[in-house]
Design a protein around this ligand. Structure first.
Ligand SMILES: O=P(O)(O)O[C@@H]1[C@@H](OP(=O)(O)O)[C@H](OP(=O)(O)O)[C@H](O)[C@H](OP(=O)(O)O)[C@H]1OP(=O)(O)O
Ligand SMILES: Nc1ncnc2c1ncn2[C@@H]1O[C@H](COP(=O)(O)OP(=O)(O)OP(=O)(O)O)[C@@H](O)[C@H]1O
Length: 425
């Protein structure tokens, strides 16, 4: 729902009232730092980005732009799966081309170079999203993008991939693939440790994230640290983070890790959010992409790529889907159902299910501990994924495993197996 009136109009605020926080592949986020405001205080604005060559399209359609789909998707769909205490408030607001352009200009000096070369704020949009500011205020906040929490159901894996996929999680294989392609990755971090709920393993996951964060000069998207609402680099940690960790005299960044770990560990091991996310990822991805691809081939015949010609689910379809998922998910064992016997309706269910699992595989959590607000852990970036991505995911899945197997065969990757603590649940 759009909220009207000047109190909900960000374009009536100064651009300098908004401070760049961070960005992902699809959006850029700014926090409100102006004078106390009834709506914007303690809030961020999340604006959509577009590739550089597409951001300046003129939007001359007369109809009102729909609200950003993340709002209805969270309020009507994911809210049925994740307790409200772990979700930010989201509201739609109107913006103008001029205002977005000024916002974009104000952000340039703070943006990562790689992102700047690829995209910028989408000037054709007329709506943005206001959300709870989860990193602002006097204290510190930590953002973790945990990624894939489970090893796949073996029932539908091919003989070529089974051994690799049952011993190595998707994130670990993907990190190796990314590194081989010259991309930055948090190599060594295994999400299965983070999601294990076991203190030792959660600590190990945090240590790997911390080491990568230090080594890659803060340029990994799996760990971000904010102090007073601003993203910090490792070189700023001694001055800015150390006092908040009770280590004002620390002289070595690695000496900060034990205090960092000690502050975060209770929240990470006690929260229900991580096990909820892991359970959703696993049960929504019941067939693995390989099973889904086979089901597509059986139902469609021919060689059309996975998902060809399918439309994105409407919000009504998503709501109906999530209700059916909740009603039928408990104790369901798909491996007992032959793919050949599944109907087209069941295939649509599994396709939506896979799409939704991808949302939970790609979201982040923001943790706040011991600052001026109560301890909390909140999930962000729960946007619906587009159906036309299915075929790319299928290709990516093959590439990641093939590259991993090649790396092992060539002897330049040696790693312990990933252990899925939740596989028997
Ligand atoms: O495929 P993945 O696992 O690499 O995930 C993509 C993310 O890459 P990551 O590996 O986390 O660095 C990627 O993150 P970055 O842009 O690399 O920070 C996006 O989150 C992308 O989602 P979308 O295109 O914005 O909807 C993500 O794509 P989806 O797979 O979720 O569509
Ligand atoms: N409510 C919030 N409060 C504070 N910071 C936020 C909030 N929402 C997002 N951010 C920051 O902005 C960044 C980008 O937001 P988000 O992850 O939603 O973007 P995205 O483009 O969808 O990401 P991805 O590339 O993972 O798809 C986050 O990584 C986080 O640092």
């Amino acid at each position: 729902m759009s909220l009207e009136g000047t109190s909900h109009d960000p374009t009536k605020t100064e651009i300098s009232d908004w401070s760049y926080v961070s960005e992902g592949g699809a959006t850029m986020v700014f926090s409100y730092v102006g004078a106390p405001h009834p709506v914007f205080s303690h809030s961020v604005i999340r604006v959509r980005k577009a590739p550089l060559n597409k951001r300046d399209l003129i939007n001359d359609i007369d109809e009102e732009e729909p609200d950003d789909p993340s709002i209805a998707f969270q309020n009507e769909v994911t809210a049925l799966l994740i307790p409200a205490i772990h979700l930010p408030r989201l509201e739609s607001v109107h913006v103008t081309r001029e205002w977005l352009n000024e916002l974009s200009i104000s952000a340039q000096s703070k943006r990562p170079e790689l992102r700047k070369a690829a995209d910028d704020i989408d000037l054709s949009r007329r709506k943005a999203v206001i959300a709870t500011d989860l990193v602002g205020g006097k204290g510190w906040a930590v953002e973790i993008k945990p990624k894939w929490a489970f090893l796949p159901n073996p029932a539908y894996l091919s003989s070529e991939t089974r051994e690799s996929k049952m011993n190595n999680c998707r994130f670990c294989m993907h990190s190796i693939h990314k590194t081989a392609g010259g991309e930055t990755a948090a190599v060594g971090y295994c999400p299965l440790d983070l999601f294990s709920g076991e203190e030792g393993r959660v600590s190990k996951a945090l240590l790997c994230l911390w080491r990568s964060w230090v080594e890659k000069d803060g340029n990994i998207n799996n760990l971000k640290i904010f102090v007073g609402g601003s993203l910090i680099k490792p070189e700023q940690a001694l001055r800015q983070l150390a006092p908040l960790l009770g280590q004002p005299d620390a002289t070595d960044i690695n000496a900060l890790f034990p205090a960092f770990n000690q502050k975060l560990l209770p929240l990470l091991t006690q929260t229900k959010l991580l096990s909820i996310m892991a359970g959703l990822q696993r049960t929504l991805d019941a067939l693995d992409l390989e099973g889904l691809s086979r089901l597509w081939k059986i139902r469609q015949g021919g060689e059309s790529p996975l998902g060809t010609g399918l439309t994105n689910p409407s919000m009504e379809e998503w709501v109906a889907f999530v209700k059916e998922y909740i009603a039928t998910n408990q104790g369901r064992d798909y491996s007992a159902v032959p793919l050949e016997s599944m109907s087209s309706e069941q295939m649509r269910f599994f396709i939506m299910s896979y799409l939704m699992s991808t949302t939970f595989k790609d979201c982040s959590v923001i943790l706040r501990v011991g600052s001026d607000v109560p301890n909390s852990i909140t999930a962000i970036d729960l946007d619906p994924k587009q159906i036309d991505r299915l075929h790319n995911w299928e290709l990516q899945d093959r590439d990641i495993v093939a590259n991993f197997q090649e790396s092992v065969a060539e002897g330049w990757v040696k790693k312990d197996p990933c252990v899925d603590a939740g596989s028997s649940q």
